[in-house]
Design a protein. Sequence first.
Length: 387
Amino acid sequence: MADEIFSTVLGELEENGLLRRTVSFEACDGRTLTRNGKQYLLFCSNDYLGLSHERRVKDAVIEAVAQYGFGSGGSRLIAGTRTPHERLESQLKDFLRTEAALLFSSGYCANSGIIPAIAGKGDAILADRLNHASLVDGCLLSRAEFLRYPHRDMAALEKLLKKTSSAKSRWIISDGLFSMDGDLAPLDDICGLAQKYGARVYLDDAHAFGVLGDGGRGTPAMFGVEGKIDLIVGTLGKAAGGMGAFAAGSKIAVDFLLNRARSFIFSTAMPPAVAAGNLKAVEILGECGAERADFLLTVNSFHTELKRLNFALKAEGYIIPLVLGNASDALNAARAFWDEGIYLQAVRPPAVPEGTARLRLTLTARQTDEDRGVMLGAIRRIIPPAL
Ligand SMILES: Cc1ncc(COP(=O)(O)O)c(C=O)c1O
């Protein structure tokens, strides 16, 4: 019975070019992927600085497996906390210059667990319309009044702030570097409005942490608003090259989350070896200023090249959407790149709004000048110049 319903839905998805499938590779070296013996240049990874394949990180993981075993054996509050978890939390708070930090198993767990802990009935959440799905789900779970403003529209945000003046408390929630559009939230304006109307700011800096801003401290450092954000969530599965996430803020905020965020309390702690790998990765993020600067220069050059090809570029970093509109067109374009030995994926609704299906191209520090040249050649051949 249930399968009948499921297969109807799957059929509809397939018809509309929206069916999803995993694609498996037998090898990956951070720069290329291999599938059925064929090698592809990797152009859709969030491993922006290539740390997932960094030798020092891999060694740290292997050592920690030998010392602590595989799993953590329980939630953080029962028997799952080991030295690497606490060291990583301490390192993250130092890195971001906050008072404290708390680990979560993933960014999805962090957002879907933290938001319902900090906002509830009688509160209001004002959120950018293009926020990541994990933020949206956290907002829906919270039972707070959930209002969305058009992407980066500060006049609309201000209107919502005026409209919600009677809420018990108000949170403005935004991505820092938007995951699918690659542009930045106007964080200085957001913080200014929050201050003016007595609202609080929740920032998901998943894609900027470790790469953007002075010292890789993300969009708060970039916009000069460090210390003005109530809670910062970051993930360790992107520039840190591992997995997991954290919330950073005041000591009181972190103690509150430890007691109230259900996805922290009721979930197995990340394996100690993952924490140890993250620890090494964040240490490297703290020391790799020159590599980070080089990488950002190559990102700028790539933007220049794309503009030369007449692309109206709205991306401000290493996430570059090539918007095609229709889901099937995006799928066909992805296949054309695969044929040219380049791997990237079509991103379709509901990950992006209807009519904005796209290829989400990402740049990483592992790619070479030659790789980027191959990519530009393929874009010229595959993507209509009107974009
Ligand atoms: C902005 C943002 N927040 C949260 C997440 C979820 O993080 P994780 O993959 O660690 O669950 C993502 C994932 O892509 C993201 O883009």
